[in-house]
Design a protein around this ligand. Sequence first.
Ligand code: ADP
Length: 161
Amino acid sequence: MLSNRIAVYPGSFDPVTFGHLDILQRGLSVFDHIIIAVLNNSRKDPLFSVEERVDFLRQATAHLESVTVDSFDGLLVDYVQKKKANIVLRGLRAISDFEYELQISAINKHLNPEIETCFMMTSNHYSFLSSSMVKEAAMYGGSVHELVPEPVEKALNQKFK
Ligand code: ADP
């Protein structure tokens, strides 16, 4: 067993929302350190570059000592092992997330049985919130002020002006 509980919180974070940050806060009440790991996935067509996504996350978590932000590509389980962690943190919004998350956690367990996935439920307030919804709203001129941190809001407005 690892004495220092390090969790890796992976995702696209394209861009980070208050829903992501809600899960992070919950995770911090359980884990000693959380590494937010931005997935550099060439198959997805992100709105923001990995550098931009990492930068938004760093700004949003600058006040949190036990959080670091990084990016990775390749297999998540390999990255987790490299970081000497054994926990993957993921958020659940609704039943619709469940099947997908179950599949990923099952394949990760198959690839490395020592790594556990820990799910946390978001607050009802954010259960409708996703990066894609935020992008869609911003694209059509809707306000995302209450959904994302300020630098993200500014960047979205800049992109879609
Ligand atoms: P991915 O492409 O890996 O699903 P996301 O950036 O969409 O990456 O999500 C990263 C993690 O954050 C996932 O576990 C996702 O379920 C969770 N998440 C995203 N939005 C919310 C939200 N509003 N509330 C709780 N968890 C969320």
